[in-house]
Design a protein around this ligand. Structure first.
Ligand code: AMP
Ligand code: DBH
Length: 542
């Protein structure tokens, strides 16, 4: 698909957009508008609770006012519609205020994860030509202000660094809030709302352009399936910037429904269980390793978890055996969710039988989600047979942002997204994830692109070649293993030195290889390429 000048990503062809509007999926709302309406409808209801270090609450009216004040302050600093702003905040109230402030003026948050470091942040800022970067002062023992100073030096267009907390040499976020006298006109519903990150299979994460119309549909569609309403009290245990806790149904879904969002600073049971009790949490979303931890800890806890009604588990394959134990242990319902920041989200349903809930990854939100399961030549395979999952629909993107070449590979000519997942479809239309065709490691829901890490390790002077693959892991599902071939004559290298080298290049800690092994040669494929398949099976056997 070619792009008109000035257009950053392919979008839905007009006949699809018209149909999605006519059929009621795209309601013509915007995030800024939705918050305004909820604040008018139930101003005094609690929208948001940030429990730590001291408990702060926001009513819908307060959240709306704070978003307005930030929008005014951002606008006064020259940030305007379409501008990109990299937002890297942990689960704190400011995160929600900042993104609604940006939504209101049509500036686009770029959602970095708290774990990202100089390599990722530098790329996001440069690639998106971001005008601002929003950070905490320190988080999890790391000083984000130093990182910001370095990135700012390298990125001439990055004009502002706003800090939630002690600003150091940057601008305190608290100074940005201003009187919202004359706010500029907000965005239109078909326009972009933000850029989400893909887990990535290539060197760097691709950016995912989501519109108000399409993302809002994924929210209220999810709300209907999960039973989210004004009484929902949702605990954001995973990083709030990740697509799963944001939208499936996530904190944005809960705000759409007029419920209450509670931010959890850390997802472990010791932090989360007291909050479940004190805030009477009804719903949360977890990746499989955390679901295991919660399941085990529930047996020993002295905290009252009886308010819990539903736990969603997704992001990586949840074993059937673990899934079977969750409901009895936590005394609530389980829903599996298989989603992607590119769009398509599948849920098991509350009225599915137990075998379906524990044994499948759910079915799509919408009858308008088109699903194809195909062989290597894009021919449909019969139901029940494994194949590549392709999808197209009212909330699945038609292309990544500023990636025309990659888009020709990641999408079919008629606009289906190639998910890279291998699934099989059951007679009820549920999907079972059976594998993956894309070169990616799924470390308990945290995605690692091997190529990104291989490129870093290749820069080591003693390294001749490297291949990073997934190895099975009982707790995380998968871990990463780097096979390294040393240069002839290079001195000995220890695995820790390779790990340190990667860490010192400034990448997120979850991308540092869990294991490093030195080998003489890699297995080759017929055409002389390194065979990842062969390497994976070698790793599985060792
Ligand atoms: P991303 O593109 O980074 O948003 O990651 C989405 C990918 O995570 C999917 O394409 C799957 O590979 C994986 N994923 C998400 N949920 C599940 C699940 N419940 N079971 C298996 N894989 C999952
Ligand atoms: O892994 C994901 O990206 C994911 C998992 C569950 C997701 O984006 C989602 C639900 O929306």
């Amino acid at each position: 698909m070619t792009l008109a000048p000035g257009v950053d990503a392919p979008t839905w062809p007009e006949e699809f957009a018209e149909r999605y509007r006519a059929e009621g999926y795209w309601r013509g709302e915007t995030f800024g508008g939705v918050l305004r309406e909820r604040a008018a409808g139930h101003p005094d209801r609690i929208a948001l609770i940030d429990p730590a270090p001291e408990r702060r609450t926001w009513t819908y009216r307060e959240l709306d006012e704070r978003a307005d004040r930030l929008a005014a302050g951002f606008a006064a600093r020259g940030i305007s519609r379409g501008d990109r702003v990299v937002v890297q905040l942990p689960n704190v109230g400011e995160f929600i205020e900042v993104v609604f402030g940006l939504f209101r003026i049509g500036a686009l948050p770029v959602y970095a994860l708290p774990a990202h470091r100089e390599s990722e942040i530098g790329h996001f800022c440069a690639f998106t030509e971001a005008v601002a970067y929003v950070i905490p002062d320190r988080h999890a023992g790391f000083d984000h202000r130093d990182l910001a100073s370095r990135v700012k030096k390298q990125t001439p267009g990055l004009e502002h660094v706003f800090v939630a907390g002690d600003p150091g040499e940057h601008t305190p976020l608290s100074e940005v809030y201003a009187d919202p006298v004359a706010l500029p006109a907000g965005p239109a519903p078909h326009e972009l709302a933000f850029l989400q990150l893909s887990g990535g299979t290539t060197g760097v994460s691709k950016l995912i352009p989501r519109t108000h119309d399409d993302y809002l549909y994924s929210l209220w569609g999810s709300n209907e399936i999960c039973g989210v309403d004004a009484d929902t009290r949702f605990l954001v245990a995973l990083p709030a910037a990740h697509n799963f806790p944001m939208s499936s149904p996530g904190w944005l879904g809960v705000l759409y429904a007029g419920g209450t969002v509670v931010l959890c600073p850390k997802p472990d049971p010791a932090t989360a269980f007291p909050l479940v009790e004190s805030e009477r949490i009804t719903m949360s979303g977890l990746v499989p390793p955390l679901a295991l931890l919660w399941t085990d800890a529930a047996a020993r806890t002295r905290h009252d978890l009886s308010s819990l009604e539903l736990i969603l588990v997704g992001g990586a394959k949840y074993s059937e055996e673990a899934a079977r134990r969750l409901e009895p242990a936590l005394g609530c319902r389980l829903m599996q969710v298989f989603g992607m920041a590119e769009g398509l989200v599948n849920y098991t349903r509350l009225d599915d039988d137990e075998a379906t809930i524990v044994g499948t990854q759910g079915r799509p939100i919408s009858v308008a989600d088109e699903i194809r399961v195909v062989d290597d030549a894009d021919r449909d395979v019969p139901d029940g047979e494994p194949g590549h999952l392709l999808t197209r629909g009212p909330y699945t993107i038609r292309g990544y942002w500023r990636a025309p070449e990659h888009n020709t590979r990641a999408f079919t000519e008629d606009g289906f997204y190639r998910t890279g997942d291998i699934v099989r479809r059951t007679p009820t239309g549920h999907l079972v994830v059976v594998g993956r065709a894309k070169d990616q490691i799924n470390r308990g829901g945290e995605k690692v692109a091997p190529e990104e890490i291989e490129n870093i390790i290749l820069a080591h002077p003693s390294v001749h070649d490297v291949s990073v693959v997934a190895v099975p892991d009982e707790y995380l599902g998968e871990r990463s293993l780097a096979y390294v071939v040393l240069r002839a004559g290079a001195g000995p290298l220890k695995p820790v030195a390779v790990k340190r080298f990667v860490r010192e290049r400034g990448v997120a800690a979850y991308k540092v290889p869990d294991l490093v092994e030195f080998v003489d040669t890699f297995p080759q494929t017929g055409v002389g390429k390194v065979s990842k398949k062969q390497l994976r099976s070698t790793a599985e056997q060792s």
